[in-house]
Design a protein. Sequence first.
Length: 268
Amino acid sequence: MLFALTRAVSPAFDRCQLTYLPRVPIDLERARRQHDAYEWALVELGCTVRRLDSAPEMPDSVFVEDTAVVFPEGAVITRPGAEARRLETPAVAGALARLGVPQHHIVAPGTLDGGDVLVVDRRVFIGVSARTNVEGSDQMRRLIEPLGYTACAVPIDGCLHLKSAATVVAPQTLLINRDWVRADAFAGLTLIDVDPAEPHAANALRLAGPKEPALRDDGVVVYPAAFPKTRRRLERHGLRVRPVEVDELAKAEGGVTCCSLIVELRAG
């Protein structure tokens, strides 16, 4: 069974953390409508959505991905690089515990945002960024290598998280902005470049589509409607794209992976 943990848009969303984007006015109600539509897209693609509450002291909490990294063997509860965001993790840990997901934790002095962790089968790429430090990367590596994963740190430049620069869109296939991360970090993988006119277009959410068995291999890519040129590149590679409007959420440096934690519970 496929679950998607989400979190409501905070009433203080316009006070979000910003690192690379200028602060511009955010239409709170429009952001909430877009988030609702995003959740319905996940439902249509086979997810059971569990939405957690938010609060004024958690302006960034809609970006729930940063608080945990979920593997089939369990979850790593992160220690976000922005200190104000560490209030967000207990509720997420509690929700995962209610789903029966075993947990480990990143601890001080390590910092790690879930948006910096890119999992490709048994390979795990960890972005070293403004939010994830070397100690956090090393802790993650020590936690997952005994489970049979290989982990490597990947420097990024010019963007907030590794998943701002590269995401999985099909088996062994990444969508990438090479200006923000070095392509040679992903040796052996197929790379699809974002359109040069759409530098922010590398963030995509791949779902396997459990209600559509014929799509289990390639899945469906949930993708921002704001990037039509890159969408056409994905479609030329034979990928099925489910566009969603998230431009209001993107004003807070968020993307489609940021707004959910996907948890697959296996029978037995």
